[in-house]
Ligand binder design. Structure first.
Ligand SMILES: [Zn+2]
Ligand SMILES: [Zn+2]
Length: 647
């Protein structure tokens, strides 16, 4: 990285000064006189109690302020994408707004809905789940506000200068922040084979936004400029709301009426001084391990001059309330977007949220159902996301089913724990492996297991991070074999450009795992549950076609054509058409099933072969014979309507 990446005309014209932070050694730009970059741990939060903005906005007001500002500045407003990233096979959940456009927009297959565009994307992350409720700023569910621009040859939208300018104007003009307060820290970003300079936007000790300029890609020959450069920004909606309100924690700023209701029920009225100090200490601490949480608490207690136990009496019930708020928000969106709680894949995380929330309700000794909390979250969000109103009954039904299951588990829990503990030696503790087993196979939270055998069970502080890590990615994404090049060659996918293309020419550009990679191909690889195309390459039979990252790999009978050779490909059209029909039929069944049985229904697995196709759907019970017949009749009715198909 060189400083020249950040020599922006905007900085120069406005009179920004470039300074090196003496603590972290990074360079930053500002109109004010600042000794450091301002980001913790170089400085602490300074906005609590005195917001740098001239207005106090709620979560919903902040979202609207953001989207309308960028709309007024030439951006198309885009609705949020689902929180379940169904268009990707490498992740379960949408974790940033750029996920919406990977890989299909970034690889040029489809056009973005607007260019430039603005969005507030609903996201979930589970890698910090044990910190939620404790640090004042970690969430599982959050919204990432963003403006994106995609610059292609012949169509330049904007890049660094305009991005920083828009960001600066949003905070200063729209939110009334003193321009001298804004600090822009030079950074470098890398991810998913792309790289570029990036700017961290620091305001009063908080990183309120990150502006990434994707402009390089890593190739086997080294780093090269990208054909399409991308503005990838991320503004934390919760953080901006928090800063605008200047309250003691992000939770107090964003949980709105639901947190007030829960505090009333639990009779919790915390001392704001305690919470403020807690947030400041937490903000300045890099949260890596559970020991960090303990250290935050000790430091806070020391700073206020009270004992650790006394601090925990204030903080513990509040942490449970925040957990309930956070998890019920995440559940609402996940269930709305089609996740069904289960023991596998996406469903695993929904179940985890239900159980953790119920555990907190139990430890507060509240006489409420989780569905009631989720229902209040829907009240709070349904004007913003109208689909929640539509799916309300379905969402609450799923929560109730899951809640009932949980109470059954509790009934069996004591017996299960007694049996395990009986086999322990004198003074021995139950191994973590057993706790994970109790949780994964029997649905029993470790905290509750501990209630049944307090002396025999210690719960690790990062228990849920440990179990979440085991389920984080779809299995297929982790089985890449070791000897492949990190950066795969790229194949142009002709079958997306012309699904009827039967003959084509291509050049061999690589050999991977014994197969042949072409610069372009009409062979559809195994994927999306559809079997691969058959046919020939230069007269040799193609036996199998797979996709590895960006490369389409063909396995042929006999010797492979040499690298650099031009080859002629022919597709077995009859087979392809049969596969396409089955593929379309599977989508049709999925769509009709959603209409008939609820919006949570989605495809859990599918296989489309020539002679038959299969579709697995997510639902909380087996379909009855009547339901199956109904589904069949409805699907056939739609087939007979002979509607056009769009891909
Ligand atoms: Zn610094
Ligand atoms: Zn499909």
């Amino acid at each position: 990285m060189t400083g020249s990446e950040f020599d922006l005309a905007f900085f120069k014209e406005q009179g920004f000064k470039r300074t090196q932070c003496p603590k972290c050694k990074r360079y930053f730009w500002s109109l004010g006189d600042w000794a450091t970059c301002g980001e913790p741990p170089c400085e602490e939060y300074t906005f609590i109690g005195h917001s740098p903005m001239n207005q106090r906005l709620t979560l919903h007001e902040m979202r609207e302020a953001y989207l309308s500002f960028f709309e007024e500045n030439g951006h198309g407003r885009v609705k949020r994408y689902p929180i379940v990233a169904r268009w990707r096979d490498d992740v379960f959940f949408t974790q940033a707004s750029i996920y919406d456009f990977q890989p299909w927009v970034l690889n040029g297959v489809i056009e973005p809905p607007f260019n430039p565009l603005t969005i507030s994307q609903t996201c979930v992350r589970f890698n910090d789940i044990d910190n939620v409720g404790k640090t004042g700023r970690h969430f599982t569910f959050f919204e990432m506000c963003a403006h994106h621009a995609f610059n292609k040859e012949g169509r330049f939208i904007y890049f660094k200068d305009r991005t920083v300018e828009l960001c600066h104007r949003f905070f200063t003009e729209r939110l009334g922040t003193n321009p001298g307060k804004m600090r822009y820290v030079e950074e470098w970003w890398e991810g998913g084979g792309n790289a570029g300079p990036c700017v961290e936007v620091i305001l009063d000790g908080v990183e309120v936004a990150t502006l990434v300029f994707m402009m390089y890609r890593d190739t086997p020959e080294g780093r090269k400029p990208m054909e399409m450069t991308v503005v990838d920004t991320g503004y934390g909606l919760e953080r901006m709301t928090w800063v605008s309100q200047g309250v003691s924690s992000a939770y107090e700023a964003v949980f709105g009426p639901v947190v007030e209701w829960l505090k009333g029920l639990a009779c919790v009225r915390p001392d704001p001084l305690v919470l403020t100090e807690y947030s400041k200490v937490a903000g300045a601490t890099n949260m890596r391990t559970a020991a960090d949480v303990r250290r935050i608490r000790e430091t806070t207690a020391e700073r206020i001059g009270i004992g650790y136990e006394e601090l925990m009496r204030t903080v513990a019930p509040l942490e449970d309330i925040y957990v309930i708020c956070d998890h019920s928000r995440a559940l609402m969106l996940m269930l709305n977007d089609g996740v069904v709680p289960s023991n596998v894949r996406e469903g695993y995380f929904a179940r985890m949220l239900v159980r953790r929330a119920l555990r907190s309700i139990r430890s507060l000794d509240l006489d409420i159902r989780l569905a009631e909390v989720v229902s209040r979250q829907i009240d709070h969000f349904q004007d913003i996301f109208p689909e929640l109103r539509e799916n309300r009954e379905d969402i609450l039904g799923l929560v109730q089913v899951e809640e009932d299951r949980y109470f059954e588990t509790l009934g069996r829990g004591k017996q299960l724990v007694d049996r395990l503990v009986k086999d322990l030696r004198e003074g021995e503790k139950l191994p973590v492996e057993r706790l994970i087993e109790l949780y994964d196979s029997h649905g029993l939270n470790p905290e509750i297991a501990k209630e049944f055998a307090p002396d025999r069970i210690d719960v690790p502080d990062n228990f849920y991070i440990q179990v979440a890590a085991r389920h984080e990615r779809p299995e297929a994404a982790t089985d890449a074999s070791g000897d492949r090049p990190e950066r795969m060659p790229e194949t142009r996918m002709l079958y997306y450009e012309d699904p009827e293309l039967v003959e084509f020419e291509g050049t061999v550009i690589a050999e991977v795992d014994g197969g042949v990679v072409l610069d372009q191909t009409a062979f559809y690889p195994e994927g999306g549950g559809q079997e691969w195309d058959l046919g020939t390459l230069d007269g040799k039979k193609v036996c199998r076609v797979i996709k590895i990252k960006t490369a389409i790999v063909h396995f042929v009978e006999g010797e492979n054509p040499k690298i650099g050779a031009k080859v002629r490909g022919t597709i077995d059209l009859e087979r392809r058409q049969q596969l396409m029909r089955h593929h379309t039929a599977a989508h049709l069944i999925n769509g009709v099933a959603r209409t008939l049985f609820g919006n949570h229904v989605w495809q859990a697995g599918a296989h489309k072969a020539v002679d038959q196709a299969r579709l697995d759907i997510t639902h909380f019970e087996n379909l009855s014979t009547e339901q199956r017949d109904l589904l069949e009749r409805e699907v056939n009715r739609v087939v007979l309507q002979d509607r056009p198909v769009h891909i």
